[in-house]
Write a protein that binds this ligand. Sequence first.
Ligand SMILES: NC(=O)c1ccc[n+]([C@@H]2O[C@H](COP(=O)([O-])OP(=O)(O)OC[C@H]3O[C@@H](n4cnc5c(N)ncnc54)[C@H](OP(=O)(O)O)[C@@H]3O)[C@@H](O)[C@H]2O)c1
Length: 311
Amino acid sequence: MIQLWYWFKRKEKFLHSFKPVVLITGCSTGVGHALATLLYSQNQYRVVVTARSKSLAALQQTFKENERFMVRALDVTSEQQRSSLIKEIESSWGAVNILVNNAGISYRAVLEHMTEQDELHQMATNYLGPVNLIRQVLPGMREIGRGKIINISSVSGMLAMPTMSSYSASKYALEGVSEALWYEAKPLGINVTLIQPGFIRSNSFRNVYYTEKSNPEAVKGQIYEDYYKSMTPFVERLMSLSLTSPQAIAKLVLKVIQTENPPLWIPATLDAAVFYYLRRLVPRRFLLPILFILLPKSRSWGKSYTHRRKP
Ligand SMILES: NC(=O)c1ccc[n+]([C@@H]2O[C@H](COP(=O)([O-])OP(=O)(O)OC[C@H]3O[C@@H](n4cnc5c(N)ncnc54)[C@H](OP(=O)(O)O)[C@@H]3O)[C@@H](O)[C@H]2O)c1
């Protein structure tokens, strides 16, 4: 009888271990919300969906907790919240097996309009937060000899855009660290993947951050006004015309979760694939001048503010 009880216990543990634990950041909107929705119905995973405290109540309304689904507060820039959440997951479910670093913000500002504080905020959210989370989940993954780190990057991590310098820098940083980590983690059985979306048909352009100097009121009649006037509607138009929805990116992330050895780089939208090949095929000295000409009204940018461009 006792043997049978032990057999049941072992079997129960065995079955339990078949439900990998997925931790997702930034689930209140967009891609994170779409992925949370998709995984809510996937019984083969235990899932921790997270959002900053201000968005937590809405998330709790949408997703009811159960034995395989947790909803928790997580501001990725907070060391205290990161470590207490990882500790809680490890004590309840053993370890995080799959980390999806999705949370991200984007400043709309030319470099001159950013302050050091703004730069730190951008980097803390898109680079330092994700990297510190990775550092905290790696020991658990190492112990099992399996794991997946999925970082949501961007086309801006392969080609930078004017008025988004800091965002591009944060995604380049995420790309760099993921590439190095790929080598370090591979021998330990841990996969690293960068999902690289271009424009996604989402409302995230409404969530962009302006700085004191870059907000639409402050730039009126000032140098760089024409940069913003061309780039802001251009980016919004490309996003609204995009064929890719947050749900499509969520499905791609699920595919990566289900794939035994996913690749490091995954261009996730049509424009991402185009930019990927452009960057590889067009010589660098021609690429940027060509892209510059293609940007709306770029040839007249800053004309009245520099002797260089006066006729
Ligand atoms: N949308 C695009 O066209 C596009 C293109 C390429 C790459 N991406 C990348 O894809 C990812 C998801 O973007 P999205 O389009 O879904 O954007 P989104 O709708 O603006 O969602 C971003 C999410 O990040 C959360 N967030 C922001 N700061 C946070 C922090 N400090 N801690 C925790 N969560 C935080 C936001 O939650 P709150 O409710 O707390 O603000 C929100 O849930 C981002 O990494 C983004 O850079 C997006």
